[in-house]
Design a protein around this ligand. Structure first.
Ligand code: ADP
Ligand code: MG
Length: 245
């Protein structure tokens, strides 16, 4: 972490937002189009006693101010233990439940995080205990977040973990979430959908170079990665479905 002149600490490690800094026990993030939605969401979490997210503390000097959550935010995707995956599933469920039926969720069942990967989770004593980075949060279906979480917590085409083991962890995630019935039957479709959507997301950013958060080569590699993961999941669909059955 780099020191910045006013004594604040630059928080690097994120992939989207430049200028996130820590000042004492708070995090300052540049105001964006999603600031208002996120402020309302974080207030709902507080009202409904969901403690797995930062508190919203207001705005100053063009920045949103949030509480700093002590712990570790992993910089890279990696292989997680079963207990860590289960904790992520339970944390995702608790977050969704806290938004169910709220005005913010609108006609959707819940408010989704839409980027609930390990890189946006704060780990305490090895377990994910809070989500951060709600910039992409929006009304949605639980399967959107579950599909993305299953991918980013349990699946990797390039890793050495056998696909059966990856599939078992997808089951652990779904079980910890409490996913049942017809939605469980389309969990693999939800994973594939999120992988395809991810490729499209980075391609759309690449199409607008002036506002893209990083260089075209980096964006191209993320598109390539998303498509590779989609192909891997599709090729092993039956292994994932058997584990979930
Ligand atoms: N409320 C918070 N509590 C603790 N750490 C935080 C908090 N918000 C951000 N961070 C740290 O700052 C980094 C970047 O913030 P993040 O909101 O994830 O931005 P990005 O959009 O770039 O991913 C995170 O990876 C994390 O290490
Ligand atoms: Mg982030």
């Amino acid at each position: 972490m780099d020191e910045v002149p006013n004594g604040a600490i630059m928080l690097s490690g994120g992939r989207m937002t430049n200028g996130v800094i820590r000042v004492d026990d708070s995090v300052h993030r540049p105001i964006t189009d999603s600031s208002e939605f996120v402020a309302t969401l974080l207030k709902i979490f507080e009202e409904r006693k969901f403690f797995g997210a930062p508190r919203y503390l207001g705005q100053a000097d063009g920045m949103d101010i949030l509480s700093f959550i002590p712990g570790d935010v992993p910089a890279r995707f990696q292989v997680w233990e079963d207990g860590q995956v289960a904790a992520a599933g339970a944390l995702l469920r608790a977050m969704h439940d806290a938004t169910r039926g709220s005005k913010l969720a609108g006609r959707s069942p819940v408010v989704c995080h839409h980027d609930a990967g390990p890189n946006n989770a704060v780990f305490v004593r090895g377990l994910p205990t809070a989500w951060i980075d709600f910039d992409t949060a929006a009304p949605g279906s639980p399967l959107e977040d579950l599909g993305y979480a299953a991918w980013t917590w349990c699946i990797a085409s390039k890793c050495t973990v056998p696909v059966e083991r990856q599939a078992k962890q997808v089951k652990i995630l779904a079980d910890a979430y409490g996913l049942q019935g017809p939605e469980r039957g389309v969990m693999v479709d939800a994973i594939l959908e999120r992988q395809a959507r991810n490729a499209r997301f980075w391609a759309e950013l690449m199409a607008s170079p002036d506002t893209a958060p990083t260089e075209p080569e980096v964006l191209a590699s993320r598109i390539e990665w998303s498509r590779r993961e989609f192909a891997f999941t599709a090729a092993h669909r039956s292994a994932f479905e058997e584990a979930l059955a």
